[in-house]
Design a protein around this ligand. Sequence first.
Ligand SMILES: Cc1ncc(COP(=O)(O)O)c(C=O)c1O
Length: 370
Amino acid sequence: MVPARPGVAVPETASWLEIDRATIVANARALAAKAAPAALCAVVKSNAYGHGMVPVAQALADAQIPGLRLGVFTIEEAFGLRGHGISLPIFVVGPVGRENLAEAAAENIELAMLDERDCEAFAAARVAAHLKVESGTNRFGVAAARAPQALERCEQLGLRLTGLYSHLANAEDIDKPFALQQLDALKRVAGAAKSRPMLHIAASAAAMMWPEMRLDMVRCGIAIYGAWPSPAVEAVMAGEDPSFVLRPALRWFAPIVQIRDAHPGETVGYGRTFAVTRESKIAVLAVGYDDGLPRAAGEGRMRVRIGDARAPIVGRIAMNTCVIDVTDVAPWPAPGDIVEFEIEPLARAAGTINYEVLARLPEHLQRRYL
Ligand SMILES: Cc1ncc(COP(=O)(O)O)c(C=O)c1O
């Protein structure tokens, strides 16, 4: 769906997201308290996991959480935050082109140094850097074995080394032995440093579960938004610290646009995958995979909420529509009644993770902030 032009109302048939910024702030405060004295880096990349980067960053900035940083993936996101008057420290975890180094330094934006060949350019631009030690994901970063030399070279060149960090490969699956190996690799590199940069390795899962991983800073994304990194992490935390709560900050609502009668022998949607076998009431919604509703969640795998009842999405989810069988909902809903898509059940139904469902909520969805 094309975003509404300024002055043109979003159609009243469209779905919308309701986002509670006070809940995001409360989650951030809870995480900051848990991680203290480590500082909190609130990860607001990918449009704040669908929640809206600027409004979320503004709420976090207003909350005045001591030591707070914001984490983004691209320099464009960082410039966007600065452009909206966000003055909190910002850390860019993704790769940044050399053409942007001078402006990053001028805007006081910290960058990840993901490749030792960037030493000269980063030092020359006087940009503040966090050197990434690659210790287990084989993605960006300087291999742990080579990191001490890279560090020495950076120090010789006078690089502003703000941080030294790594990223855990499997904390969400509670793979603590591997996390400890990664921590050890980072600490060995840190031992070779002449300066004392901030050390960090934990994202939400490790920050919540494992105190020894908190170091000087934790980088939390998913938990800020009140979602758990995995059901396994949720179970560990429920056992270890039942008083620690995260509250989901986002809800996704859509109005029923049409109610139709469907008769035995008819089918619903593309591919005719849902055959009507009884006199049925069918609700049609103007929400499809273009709106971030995973197509894999269709064909009976997902039940949406209608008041206190639940009803299945039947047939295939299309680009702009989906269909719900409301025959068993009493009383039958009417056009204009509101349906809710819940993120965790959606992720499960689609065979994916809450991160993906949230990050794919597109820009064009109307976001209503509480
Ligand atoms: C380098 C880095 N740190 C922290 C995070 C935040 O992870 P989580 O959302 O699991 O807290 C991410 C997210 O992908 C990341 O890439």
